[in-house]
Write a protein that binds this ligand. Structure first.
Ligand code: HEC
Length: 172
């Protein structure tokens, strides 16, 4: 009888041991899984980091190249501004500034269009009228003067004819 009890207990112990071993195996597996997961995610993080870094490098390259271009533009703008600042020795009317200064310069010194400073009123008005009428052919000037009145042309001619004296005065 006692033999049976011992055998029973032994069996139960053996079973328990089996279950225990199985469970601890599971735990170990879990641990291994977790470790491999961590490793994988590290790899991912690593990969992500690498590609991100590449992206960042590319972006910063872009930025630096565009900032190079920007710098060039800035330099050009600064040069232009300096030029304008030096030459803009006197005030011009908004009418001239808006319609004419981009091509003839802030004080009539000439850029794309010829120098106007120093030309007398008759010459200026005559040419403006001819441009507007189309008798002096220039598509740039023609298109520009179409929406200016004769009075405005007269005003402009009058104003521009004073540029030289104003300029000379400002240089002293
Ligand atoms: C988009 C550029 C541009 C603008 C803006 C412009 N002009 Fe001109 N202008 C020219 C060019 C180019 C000529 C030369 C045309 C030619 O040789 O036939 C010229 C010629 C002239 C002439 C004749 C000068 C000469 O020596 O023969 C006068 C005067 C003149 N412009 C006045 C003006 C006035 C005033 C304005 C503003 C209402 C003006 N321009 C706006 C480009 C411009």
């Amino acid at each position: 009888m006692i033999k049976h009890v011992i055998a029973g207990i032994a069996t139960i112990l053996a079973l328990w041991a089996c279950v225990y071993m199985y469970n601890s195996d599971k735990e170990v597996n879990k641990l291994a899984n977790i470790q491999s997961l961590i490793k994988k995610s590290e790899i991912k993080v690593h990969l992500v980091k690498k590609t991100e870094i590449k992206k960042e490098v590319k972006q910063s390259e872009k930025i630096s190249s565009s900032s190079k271009a920007n710098k060039k533009m800035d330099d050009k703008l600064r040069a232009l501004k300096n030029k304008a600042g030096n030459i803009a020795a006197f005030k011009v009317s908004p009418l001239y500034k808006k319609n004419c200064s981009s091509c003839h310069g802030s004080t009539g010194e000439g850029i794309i269009g010829p120098k106007l400073r120093g030309k007398d009123k008759d010459f200026l008005l005559k040419n403006l009228k001819e441009f507007k009428a189309g008798t002096r052919k220039n598509y740039v000037m023609y298109g520009l003067l179409g929406n200016l009145s004769d009075q405005q042309l007269d005003d402009l001619a009058t104003e521009i004819s004073t540029f030289q004296a104003k300029y000379d005065k400002a240089q002293k």
